[in-house]
Design a protein. Structure first.
Length: 113
């Protein structure tokens, strides 16, 4: 089993290093991800394949650069504050939950322009 802090660190590295292969082993089969856009409620990806495909697309998008501002971990949960440098930069937060070394929930909220 991998602890929450290690899983979240690997998740963040996938975006910082544009290395989506780091996501392959840390996404649960029943993962649910809610993104910051489009308005008003964001997108929703469910299951391993959808979450991996969505995150892979974000991690490799040449028009976006992610920066991690702060990470708080408490048990199986983590709060990740981040910033995206893009044509229209914005900040956001992910509320993450990890079970048995894999991400089962990632709820994204953002301050979009």
């Amino acid at each position: 089993m991998t602890d929450t802090a290690t899983v979240i660190q690997q998740f963040n590295e996938a975006f910082l290093e544009r290395a989506p292969e780091k996501l392959v082993d840390i996404i649960s089969d029943d993962c649910v991800m809610e993104g910051v856009g489009p308005a008003p409620d964001g997108n929703r990806w469910t299951g391993y394949e959808e979450c991996l495909a969505g995150w892979r697309s974000l991690a490799t998008d040449p028009a976006m650069r992610f920066e991690v501002e702060h990470v708080d971990v408490d048990g199986d949960r983590a709060v990740v504050r981040w910033r995206v440098q893009a044509e229209e930069p914005f900040r956001g937060v992910n509320l993450m939950r990890v079970r048995d070394g894999r991400i089962v929930e990632a709820l994204g909220y953002g301050k979009r322009p």
